[in-house]
Design a protein around this ligand. Structure first.
Ligand SMILES: NC(=O)c1ccc[n+]([C@@H]2O[C@H](COP(=O)([O-])OP(=O)(O)OC[C@H]3O[C@@H](n4cnc5c(N)ncnc54)[C@H](OP(=O)(O)O)[C@@H]3O)[C@@H](O)[C@H]2O)c1
Length: 266
């Protein structure tokens, strides 16, 4: 077997939550390019169906489960049941759905109960529900891979940025406990922690960001896809519980994800 064969996902099936847009769409594309069939999950049916066209054009099977809210355990259980029933098996789960909207722009004391629950539910409870639903299936089939999506914000505090940092920090811990609990059941759990990857067309914001980042540019969603393929494939079989930061050097440079011009010297 050649080294590149170890990245081959032919015949595997991956559930990707939030597959219709941004990073989730890029993960779905890359996993499909590596041979994977895809189950795309999200609330809005239109982007989920649009990604389906792109996956099928790559010659892969695709099941679109739009209309699924991953913060609702009843809907998540039904989604996993349908994925297994229609695709036969599910080998990979990418817990990508999430976002930083909850409580944005508010100070700590202005955060409401609803902001708290929305932030935790969107980014952390969703990954818990999806993982809890898929683990029995993975145990039955003798293993699987769970890839969680955290953020560079998951490692640090934020100035009035509570809901995102807390929920993404929780994702790191969910990853480690899943990894430890199921290591002998051949279920690997890993995590991708992206830096800044603009997913909407906003050239002004991208240009402003570029000035503040070590490499002079933010990341491209397509640059994250190969990392998901690595973590989903036998190439990373001896890796579990780890989170990998891909951020163009933001964290090692000590730069805040909100952007601070890195100094060239002293
Ligand atoms: N882009 C970045 O720079 C960056 C950096 C670090 C981490 N991340 C993380 O990467 C992930 C993807 O972010 P993105 O930038 O690609 O954002 P995005 O374009 O807003 O994508 C988020 C996706 O999640 C889905 N989603 C959100 N809430 C959901 C729910 N309750 N149920 C089902 N689906 C839901 C959305 O679809 P619907 O609205 O149709 O449901 C959407 O497709 C997030 O977890 C984010 O925190 C992103």
């Amino acid at each position: 077997m050649g080294v590149l064969d170890r990245f081959d996902l032919t015949g595997q099936v991956a559930i990707v939550t939030g597959a219709g847009t941004g990073l989730g769409r890029a993960f779905a594309h890359s996993l499909a390019d590596a041979g994977c069939d895809i189950v795309g999950v999200g609330r809005r049916p239109e982007p989920i169906e649009a990604v389906g066209e792109e996956i099928r054009a790559r010659g892969r099977r695709y099941l679109g489960l739009g209309g699924t809210d991953v913060t609702d355990s009843v809907q998540v259980n039904a989604m996993v049941e349908r994925a297994v029933a229609e695709m036969g098996r599910v080998h990979i789960l990418v817990n990508n759905a999430g976002g930083g909207g909850a409580g944005r722009g508010k100070t700590f004391v202005e955060l409401t109960d609803e902001d708290w629950h929305t932030g935790i539910d969107t980014n952390l409870t969703s990954a818990f529900f999806c993982s809890r639903a898929i683990v029995p299936h993975m145990l039955e089939q003798g293993g699987g891979r769970i890839i969680n999506i955290s953020s560079v914000w998951g490692y640090r505090g934020g100035n009035n940025n509570f809901m995102y940092t807390i929920s993404k920090g929780g994702i790191l811990q969910l990853t480690k406990s899943l990894a430890m609990t199921y290591a002998r059941a051949n279920i690997r759990a890993t995590c991708i922690s992206p830096g800044i990857f603009p997913t909407r067309d906003d050239p002004d914001r991208a240009a402003a960001l570029a000035q503040t980042l070590p490499g002079g540019r933010p990341g491209l969603p397509t640059e994250l896809g190969p990392l998901a393929v690595f973590l989903a494939s036998p190439a990373s079989d001896y890796m579990s519980g780890q989170a990998i930061i891909m951020d163009g050097g933001i964290a090692p440079a000590g730069v805040t994800p909100a952007g601070v011009v890195p100094r060239a010297e002293g």
